[in-house]
Design a protein around this ligand. Structure first.
Ligand SMILES: NC(=O)c1ccc[n+]([C@@H]2O[C@H](COP(=O)([O-])OP(=O)(O)OC[C@H]3O[C@@H](n4cnc5c(N)ncnc54)[C@H](O)[C@@H]3O)[C@@H](O)[C@H]2O)c1
Length: 259
C-alpha cells in the first residue's frame, strides 16, 4: 500500500471519526503519503497519541455541536488557509428494530440519522469556503446505503441518505471544481461492526460464528475486510487519478454488493 504514490504529499487533509477502527487506518495511510493531517473525533481516546505518532494535529469535536464545528473550521482557516481533502468518515451504528416501541426509540432513531447525515452536512458547510478548485470530499456510506438490512433501518436510511447527499453535492459543487464521492464498505472488522454482528446473532438466536459465516458466504471473496483494505480506495478518490470521478459511490465489499 505505502509503496504506491497518490500525489498527496503536503495536501491538507481532515479525517473525521479518526479515533475509530477505519478512521485510524485512513489516518495512517494518508500520513504515509506525506499529507498534512487534522484528525477529528468526539472521543479523545487514543486520538492525541495517534496524531503525535503520525506528526498530525488532533481536534476533539462533536460534529453535532455547531459551535465546536465552527471552531474547527476557524482553526483550519488560521493554520492552513485551505483544505484539499475532507474525509467525512465519522458515524455510529446500532440496531433500531421497527417493533421497538420503548419511549426513547424514536429519539434514538432520529439521533442516528442526525449524527450520520446532518453532522456530515454541518462540517462540510463550515469548511466549504476553504475548499479550493481541485478539492475532494469523500463521504463514508456503507453497503447498507445500497441495500436494506433487518433491524438496522435508521442506519440503512442514514447511509442511503449519504449516497443522495453525495450525488446532490457533486452536482452543486462541480461548477466550483470540487469533487464529492462516497465509499460504501461491506463488513469491516472493527469493534463497531463486531457489536452489530453480535446484536444480529442475538436477535436471530444464532451464534456469532454462524452469522459471520453467512455474511462471508454472500461475498465473492469470502474474507472479512480490514480497515487497511479500505485505505487505498480513499487515497485513490483523493488523488488526481480520480479527477473524472464525482457523484460516485464506490462499493468496497469483497463483492457482496455489485450494483
Ligand atoms: N465497520 C464496518 O463494517 C463499516 C461498514 C460500512 C461503513 N462503515 C462506516 O465507517 C465509519 C467508521 O466505522 P468504524 O467501524 O471505524 O466505527 P467506529 O465506531 O470504530 O468509528 C467511528 C468513529 O466516529 C466517531 N464519531 C461518531 N459520531 C461522531 C460525532 N458526532 N462527532 C465526532 N466523531 C464522531 C466515533 O467517536 C468513532 O471514533 C462509520 O461511518 C461507519 O458507519 C463501517
Amino acid at each position: 500500500m505505502s509503496a504506491l504514490h497518490y500525489g498527496l504529499q503536503d495536501k491538507a487533509v481532515l479525517i473525521t471519526g479518526a479515533a475509530g477502527g477505519i478512521g485510524q487506518a485512513l489516518a495512517r495511510a494518508f500520513a504515509a503519503q506525506g499529507a498534512r493531517l487534522l484528525l477529528l473525533d468526539r472521543a479523545d481516546t487514543g486520538l492525541h497519541d495517534l496524531a503525535t505518532a503520525l506528526g498530525a494535529r488532533a481536534a476533539v469535536c462533536d460534529l453535532g455541536d455547531a459551535a465546536q464545528v465552527a471552531a474547527v473550521a476557524n482553526g483550519v482557516r488560521e493554520r492552513w488557509g485551505t483544505l484539499d481533502v475532507l474525509v467525512n468518515n465519522a458515524g455510529t451504528e446500532f440496531p433500531t428494530p421497527i417493533d421497538d416501541t420503548a419511549p426513547d426509540a424514536m429519539a434514538r432513531w432520529a439521533g442516528l440519522l442526525d449524527n450520520n447525515v446532518t453532522s456530515m452536512v454541518r462540517l462540510t458547510q463550515a469548511l466549504l469556503p476553504l475548499l479550493p478548485r481541485g478539492a475532494s470530499i469523500i463521504n463514508q456510506s456503507s453497503i447498507w446505503g445500497r441495500i436494506g438490512v433487518v433491524g438496522f433501518s435508521a442506519y440503512a436510511a442514514s447511509k442511503h441518505a449519504v449516497v443522495g447527499l453525495t450525488r446532490s453535492l457533486a452536482l452543486e459543487l462541480g461548477p466550483r471544481g470540487i469533487r464529492v464521492n462516497a465509499v460504501c464498505p461491506g463488513w469491516v472488522r472493527t469493534a463497531a461492526a463486531l457489536r452489530s454482528l453480535s446484536a444480529m446473532a442475538l436477535a436471530q438466536g444464532r451464534s456469532e460464528a454462524e452469522v459471520e459465516r453467512e455474511i462471508l458466504s454472500k461475498q465473492a471473496m469470502p474474507l472479512m475486510l480490514t480497515p487497511e483494505d479500505l485505505a487505498g480506495v480513499f487515497l485513490f478518490l483523493a488523488s488526481a487519478g480520480a479527477t473524472p470521478l464525482t457523484g460516485q459511490c464506490l462499493v468496497a465489499s469483497h463483492g457482496e454488493v455489485m450494483a
